[in-house]
Design a protein. Sequence first.
Length: 364
Amino acid sequence: MKILVTGGAGFIGSAVVRHIIKNTKNSVLNVDKLTYAGNLESLKSIEQSKQYSFAKVDICDSQALKDVFFKFKPDAVMHLAAESHVDRSITGPSDFIQTNIVGTYTLLEVAREYWNSLEADKKTAFRFHHISTDEVYGDLPHPDEVKGEKELPLFTEQTAYAPSSPYSASKASSDHLVRAWLRTYGFPTIISNCSNNYGPYHFPEKLIPLVILNALEGKALPVYGKGDQIRDWLYVEDHARALYKVVSEGLVGETYNIGGHNEMQNIEVVNTICTILDELVPKKSRYSEQITFVNDRPGHDRRYAIDSSKMSKELNWTPAETFETGLRKTVQWYLDNQTWCNNVQDGSYQRERLGELNIQFQKG
């Protein structure tokens, strides 16, 4: 196949591109605007491959998209380009509306025009895979709220949408657009919703890389609220394998939830990182002494957890990494790649707190 990947210089996108180039005979065109979170250094290991090409294009630019579509002639699209940091969306939602909603609409329309130009067999085989998040579902009951219950609910493909943040609302909007293009125009779309990713090449505004780098520099390790928020953690290379399964074997019109089967409280994640660093980079004091509890994020969801049994049953995918093995690999990668870390942090972001509002907010 010839696969057009949007956002292929980002964290998950670059993992997808690396996986496809290293493990298949497919060709990839990486379409990326190269915002602060997109970095071509994440693709150095495959940039010389004849299977790989790159186009610096904003997905909101209809004409530029048309040019790359009709020149590259993809058999499939994997749409990962998105603004994705919840904290940034709280203080600056405009970029999220523009990229995640307007950008997805623009991409759908250009892809549909291209699809309509294809001969019958190519048109039948074409796929548009939209990559989304479990945050569109809102949050789930927390163990503190349902004490005594043996099994807590999980997000399934049938869970109703109830987004909490500007980020998750913008992703929910893009999901609805993708489904509408299938229903109205017969455009062959597939959607996947994933849990929290972690691993190599993660921009250091997110929890795990932020904690690793702050710990090494002796800075405070900020934990929101009590740190009891629960997330299902998915190693990014496991996710990349799953996404390729979806685009190559998934059925048109279907949704696939992709999770890591690793529910952890944020404070547990931070303490585990500290323990690994105590072992790998020991110092006089313990890294956990740097933990600092800060005001919680406005409207913070308390628990996410995905039921990915559909992926297992229908596409024969399960995560290869446990949280313990994946996190150890991640910490070691950041220790070994300080140059990458320094290069991706420009002068406008120094791992400061984002998304803090001077208001009191209470749900209910």
